[in-house]
Design a protein around this ligand. Structure first.
Ligand code: ADP
Length: 257
């Protein structure tokens, strides 16, 4: 469903490449975590896939179509929820807003928004404004907006980086439940190794200077995920160590400038 082929990128003003020869394939319905040390180009990779940055070279195909602009079957959830929601619109209107581009009438947009808010447990807050909600709730609204849109591909860039640890766990479980109930492919960038293993079907590890794929690890954890029992499984502990080692090697080989 997503194919990144031989992708390299250098920002115009920089002498060195941020990303080099990235190859990545993601199947329909997969949830792939991308981890790597800070500055390795995770966000840059996500932005090129979102069509927000045109890579220096290489190709990105989404459902077989070359990405040259922002694809309309894609949604992005960023870390900074406070800047992604429109403060003058109610929660429901924020969720319904992008659906205008889907050719849905007002009634259908409202129904889709309410369904998505229900899926994230926020039906009761539909008439509130974003600034009346906690950070974790605002990020739930951003997730509801993304799922109401029913994108083929959902990109998440450090989506839980600005909330407290407890809320972070709740949002991780929310993403897993959304994924279980809807046909959606998800690419999630995180610097948190435990999170990458907990939510991912696969963890792609990037090295830095330049950013490149240094590991692609399948995650097959038994049973339904639970924040306490899953994290104490021997398989989980082993995967976390394996990925942690890769990330540490990448960081030590190329310390941040
Ligand atoms: P990560 O998300 O892994 O922390 P980024 O993709 O944000 O990494 O950044 C990778 C590198 O590219 C960093 O060295 C960063 O300073 C640089 N960079 C990011 N955005 C820009 C930009 N708009 N212009 C120039 N350099 C950038």
């Amino acid at each position: 469903m997503l194919e990144v082929k031989n992708l390299s990128h250098a920002y115009a003003e920089a002498a060195t490449k941020v990303l080099e020869n990235i190859d990545l394939k993601v199947d329909s319905g997969e949830l792939v975590s991308i981890v790597g040390p800070s500055g390795c180009g995770k966000s840059t990779l996500l932005r090129t896939i979102a069509g927000l940055i045109r890579p220096t070279s290489g190709q990105i195909r989404l459902g077989g179509t070359l990405v040259q602009d922002v694809p309309d079957n894609l949604a992005v959830v960023f870390q900074d929820y406070s800047r992604s929601l429109l403060p003058w619109m109610s929660v429901r209107d924020n969720v319904a807003f992008p659906l205008r581009g889907r050719g849905m009438d007002r009634k259908a947009r409202r129904a889709a928004a309410e369904e998505a808010l229900d899926a994230v447990g926020l039906s009761y807050a539909a008439r509130k404004y974003p600034w009346q909600l906690s950070g974790g709730m605002q990020q739930r609204v951003a997730i509801a907006r993304a799922i109401a849109y029913r994108p083929a591909l959902l990109l998440m860039d450090e989506p839980f980086g600005s909330v407290d640890a407890q809320t972070r766990e709740e949002l991780e479980d929310l993403v897993l439940s959304v994924r279980a109930n809807q046909e959606m492919t998800i690419l999630l960038v995180t610097h948190d190794i435990d999170e990458s293993v907990y939510v991912g079907d696969r963890v792609v590890v990037l090295g830095r200077h330049p950013g490149r794929v240094i590991g692609d690890v399948a995650v097959a954890l038994p049973g339904n995920h639970d924040q306490i029992t899953t994290r104490e499984l021997p398989e989980f502990v082993h995967l976390r160590a394996e990925i942690g080692r890769l990330v540490r090697q990448a960081a030590e080989a190329n310390p941040a400038a």
